[in-house]
Design a protein around this ligand. Structure first.
Ligand SMILES: Nc1ncnc2c1ncn2[C@@H]1O[C@H](COP(=O)(O)OS(=O)(=O)O)[C@@H](OP(=O)(O)O)[C@H]1O
Ligand SMILES: Nc1ncnc2c1ncn2[C@@H]1O[C@H](COP(=O)(O)OP(=O)(O)O)[C@@H](O)[C@H]1O
Length: 197
């Protein structure tokens, strides 16, 4: 823990930056198994929000693990640290006035709740991309499930590493054969209905 650190209150704050952008800053936190569609839906969501004049930033598991979290693996401990860093980063981006979209497996409830608690009420929107393991495994877009089944990847989520489903997400996207575009539309409609957008 750092000592002798004093918080600086800046003259320009989140409310002022949000006003300038004409939007409500928040984190739209997509969680779900690998292959559930988080990245695909997050990209579609970001395109739609950008077209509507919103200023967004998409944080994606694979990309962040190339840089900020490049030193982390997939043990429980490393996943906790991964989500802790993403949560702190998301909070800074929300402070900058952005609508942050995140696409991490984020398998542990307590880590997602950590991010929720870092933010103010209404700023954390949990979206459960609820695609069953069998469907994710059928899609297997990166061939990782096959590798996990073959024992080439250890601690793979859903196979030999746990995924704790959200109990009360702001938005639930169960898979019932719809396309990714339909899921993105459903998400936007739900965010609008619930007053987040
Ligand atoms: N062991 C294991 N378990 C799960 N996922 C694995 C693993 N090894 C590599 N990958 C790839 O890493 C992506 C998940 O990274 P995340 O940062 O989202 O994971 S976590 O939130 O820290 O659990 C995940 O990307 P997505 O498929 O986009 O979810 C995988 O491509
Ligand atoms: N309804 C759907 N929603 C999202 N992705 C879908 C859907 N149907 C098929 N897919 C495909 O499933 C794969 C999901 O991969 P991805 O978006 O990378 O998931 P994740 O980020 O959760 O690992 C993509 O290849 C996508 O085209």
């Amino acid at each position: 823990m750092a000592e002798n650190i004093v918080w600086h209150q800046h003259k320009i704050d989140k409310a002022e930056r949000a006003k300038l952008k004409g939007q409500k800053p928040m984190v739209i936190w997509l969680t779900g198994l690998s292959g559930s569609g988080k990245s695909t839906i997050a990209n579609l969501l970001e395109q739609k929000l950008t077209a509507a004049g919103k200023h967004t930033y998409l944080l994606d598991g694979d990309n962040v693990r190339h840089g900020l979290c490049g030193d982390l693996g997939f043990s429980d401990k490393d996943r906790v640290e991964n989500i802790r860093r993403i949560s702190e980063l998301s909070k800074l981006f929300v402070d900058a006035g952005l609508i942050v979209i995140t696409a991490f497996i984020s398998p542990f409830r307590s880590d997602r709740d950590f991010c929720r608690k870092l933010l103010q009420a209404g700023e954390f929107v949990e979206v459960f991309v609820d695609t069953p393991l069998a469907e994710c495994e059928k899609r297997d877009p990166k061939g990782l499930y096959q590798k996990a089944r073959d024992g080439q990847i250890k601690e793979f989520t859903g196979i030999d590493s746990p995924y704790q489903k959200p109990e009360n997400p702001e938005v639930h996207l169960p898979f019932s054969g719809q396309t990714a575009a339909q899921s993105a539309d459903e998400l936007i409609a739900s965010l609008t209905d619930k007053g987040f957008l």
